[in-house]
Design a protein around this ligand. Structure first.
Ligand code: 13P
Length: 264
C-alpha cells in the first residue's frame, strides 16, 4: 500500500442479505467500527459495501440518516442509460441513489452472464459517464494460471478496458484470482503483489504515470481478518474486495481495521 493512496476495504455481498437483513448488518458494521476506536477514519481506510440492488435504497437512507462513515455501491450496471432493456439497472438510477461505486466484470458475471471484455469496457464507460467509480474486476482461472501464468489474463482483461478510457478516468481495479474466490485458499501476498504490480505497470503504459500512481488496486479471494495485513503490506495492493467474510459485520470490521494488524 503506497502512502498517497487511501486504502479501500470493500464488501461484495453477492446474492446474500435482503433489505431488512442489510439494515441490521450495516448498523452492526458501523457500530463495531466506531466502538473499537480504530475507526476507519483514524485508520485512514475507506469502507464500502456492495449489497444487492433491492437493498440499495434502504442502505442509502440508513447511511445518510445516521451519518455512518460508510460508502456503498452496486454489484453491476447496464452499459445502456435507459430504454427497452428488461431487468437492467441504469447507472443513472445508481447515481440518483448516490452510489459511489459499482462493480464491473466480476468473475461470476463473466462466467454466468457471458460478460466479455467489450461489455466490461462499455459498463466501465457507463459508470464513468454517470459519475460513479467503476471497480473493474480481473483475474485468472486455475486453468489460465496453469497455461499462461498468473498475470497474462488479468493484464489482458485490464488492457481491453484501459484502451477505451481517458487518462484522467477514476477507477479501481480488483485483482481476484478465480481459483481463490470462495475456496478458502487465498493467493499468497507475494503472488498477489506480483500480479498487482503487473496491473499497475499496464496502467502506466496505457494511461501514464499519474493514473498509475493514483489508481487503487485491490486483492480479492478468501480475504479474512487473519490474512488481510499481509496483503496490505505489499506496495501495489491498496485494499481488498471481500466476499464471504463481508457478510459478518464483526469479521468485516476486523478486516477494515487491518492497520491494527499491520502495526503502523
Ligand atoms: P470470497 O472473499 O468469498 O472468496 O469472495 C471474493 C469475491 O469474489 C469478492 O468479490
Amino acid at each position: 500500500m503506497a502512502q498517497q493512496r487511501v486504502p479501500l476495504i470493500a464488501g461484495n455481498w453477492k446474492m446474500n442479505l435482503d433489505h431488512l437483513q442489510a439494515i441490521g448488518v450495516v448498523q452492526k458494521l458501523a457500530w463495531t467500527l466506531e466502538e473499537g476506536k480504530h475507526t476507519y477514519d483514524a485508520a485512514g481506510a475507506e469502507v464500502v459495501v456492495f449489497p444487492p440492488f433491492t437493498d440499495l435504497r434502504s442502505v442509502q437512507t440508513l447511511i445518510e440518516g445516521d451519518r455512518f462513515r460508510l460508502g456503498f455501491g452496486a454489484q453491476d450496471l447496464s452499459q445502456h442509460d435507459s430504454g427497452a432493456y428488461t431487468g437492467e439497472i441504469s447507472g443513472a438510477f445508481l447515481k440518483a441513489l448516490k452510489a459511489g461505486y459499482v462493480l464491473v466484470g466480476h468473475s461470476e458475471r463473466r462466467q454466468y452472464h457471458g460478460e466479455t471484455d467489450e461489455i466490461c469496457a462499455a459498463k466501465v464507460g457507463a459508470a464513468i459517464r454517470h459519475g460513479i467509480v467503476p471497480v473493474l474486476c480481473v483475474g485468472e482461472t486455475a486453468e489460465d494460471l496453469e497455461r499462461h501464468g498468473a498475470s497474462a489474463v488479468p493484464v489482458a482483461q485490464l488492457r481491453a478496458v484501459l484502451g477505451t478510457l481517458q487518462a484522467d478516468a477514476e477507477l479501481v481495479i480488483a485483482y481476484e484470482p478465480v481459483w481463490a474466490i470462495g475456496s478458502g485458499q487465498a493467493a499468497t501476498a507475494e503472488q498477489a503483489q506480483q500480479v498487482c504490480a503487473a496491473l499497475r505497470t499496464t496502467i502506466r503504459e496505457v494511461l501514464g504515470d499519474a493514473a498509475a500512481d493514483r489508481t487503487r488496486i485491490l486483492y480479492g479471494g478468501s480475504v479474512k481478518s487473519g490474512n488481510i495485513a499481509g496483503f496490505l503490506r505489499e506496495p501495489d495492493i491498496d485494499g481488498a474486495l471481500v466476499g464471504g467474510a463481508s457478510l459478518d459485520p464483526v469479521e468485516f470490521a476486523a478486516i477494515a481495521r487491518f492497520q491494527k494488524h499491520v502495526g503502523v
